[in-house]
Design a protein around this ligand. Structure first.
Ligand code: CA
Length: 227
């Protein structure tokens, strides 16, 4: 922390949830602003340029997926998506639209705060230049950590920072299998590993972008990238 409050925009039409989320985050010294529908959420993000967005999937006006796409158009901002239903379709649609993590309702304020802190740590790490991190070539993939660029044989591929970190972590340990818990700790920065489905959903999103064979599933154990 630099002493300057981090700004978080909460886009949520259910007032009780929005207020509870804002109260918890304010108690942790974040500056929080609330928008209650999609269009005003997009405007608020454009005006404030927040450090993070907590975004409900089901919103009047514009749905959360469209809001997520619009706020990512000019500049990447970490997005924690709130979903009413813990379904694969909702989660994967959210990740495909550019969300970095999701939380299913009902959730505890403590869990929300932990996810927000982890996402901000990850975004700080992404913003730092990592002069010690090496370019990796694996198969037809080139991973460039400073610029977070990924190229394969068909050209430049856009990955979210979380997707990049996940592939980079696995690719820097070729053939080694990483468990979901290890990935949650190392890539997501969770102190308490829970949420293996977050890992699975990100792996599926990466496979859609980079090809099914990019990441190998080791059943019952976790994931690996092969040389
Ligand atoms: Ca809603």
């Amino acid at each position: 922390m630099t002493g300057v409050a981090r700004t978080i925009v909460v886009i949520e039409d259910e007032a009780t949830i929005a207020e509870a989320v804002a109260a918890r985050l304010r108690s942790e010294d974040y500056a929080v602003e609330i928008a209650v529908d999609g269009p005003s959420g997009v405007q608020l993000v454009e005006r404030l340029r927040p450090d993070l967005v907590v975004l409900d999937l089901m919103l009047p006006g514009l749905d959360g997926l469209e809001v997520c796409r619009r706020i990512q158009t000019n500049k990447w901002v970490p997005v924690l998506m709130l979903t009413a239903r813990d379904t694969e379709e909702d989660i994967e649609a959210g990740l495909a639209a550019g969300a970095d993590d999701y939380l299913s309702k009902p959730f505890s304020a403590r869990e929300l705060a932990a996810r927000v802190a982890a996402l901000l740590r990850r975004s700080d790490r992404a913003a730092m230049s990592r002069p010690d991190a090496l370019q990796l070539r694996i198969g037809d993939l080139t991973l460039e950590p400073q610029s977070r660029r990924v190229e394969n044989s068909s050209g430049l591929v856009h990955l979210t920072p979380t997707e990049f970190d996940l592939v980079y972590y696995l690719a820097s340990r070729p053939t080694q299998v990483a468990s979901r818990d290890e990935l949650l700790l190392q890539v997501w920065g969770y102190e308490i590993a829970s949420g293996g489905r977050t890992v699975d959903s990100h792996v599926r999103s990466i496979r859609r972008k980079l090809g099914a064979s990019t990441i190998r599933t080791v059943h019952g154990i976790g994931y690996a990238v092969d040389q």
